[in-house]
Design a protein. Structure first.
Length: 199
């Protein structure tokens, strides 16, 4: 199964192509906020580097937020259009889940994304029986208040831990969740917004 992974939730565009077993190609833009004009050309370029065509893609997985309101909208709209055209399934995966999936630890994980005005979007996780499991809801909170809820063993991912989304983890989560949930239509793909205005 060939999987296309897309992250447009932040200033920089992230794309990867892979399979259940490996990542074939990754790309990260070096210019901020170019999603609207460059997403499709960059997808085409990554496909060419992978020696694949868009018709070879079997599943598209996209970061669905929280994050940039405009970026999320651009990314999910493109995914819906491609999946509708090719009649293939897609999955939306929380940006916070993707950040947490990049951490391997027996301790609590706190994934956070800058929500501006000293606030962060966040969620906490633990690996339970080797499965990444949410132990809080997705929420928005003052960053200082969030730090008070973390203990000395809490591992920070994202904004507070200076780590970024790796599209490889979008593929890994996509494989895991697709095998559990089965086929998902573009009609069910929805953004994850944690406030009324986005950023």
């Amino acid at each position: 199964m060939n999987i296309l992974a897309i992250d447009t939730t932040d200033k920089l565009l992230n794309i990867a192509i892979g399979t259940e077993k490996k990542v074939i190609q990754k790309y990260k833009s070096d210019e901020p906020n170019i999603h609207s004009g460059k997403l499709i050309p960059f997808i085409d370029n990554v496909l060419k580097q992978s020696r694949l065509k868009i018709n070879d893609i079997n599943l598209i997985c996209a970061a669905s937020g929280p994050g940039s309101f405009t970026g999320i909208r651009i990314g999910l709209s493109a995914v819906k259009a491609i999946c509708y055209s090719l009649k293939i399934p897609c999955l939306g995966i929380s940006s916070l889940d993707i950040l947490a999936r990049g951490i391997k630890t027996n301790h609590e994980i706190c994934a956070a994304i800058n929500a501006r005005n000293n606030n962060v979007y966040y969620c906490k996780y633990k690996y339970i029986e080797n499965i990444l499991t949410k132990i809080t809801d997705y929420d928005i909170i003052d960053s200082a208040e969030l730090l008070k809820t973390c203990n000395e063993n809490t591992v920070q991912a994202g904004f507070l831990g200076n780590t970024e989304i790796d599209p490889e983890n979008i593929i890994k989560l996509g494989v895991e969740r697709f095998s559990e949930a089965g086929e998902n239509s573009w009609l069910t793909l929805k953004p994850l917004y944690l406030n009324s205005y986005g950023i």
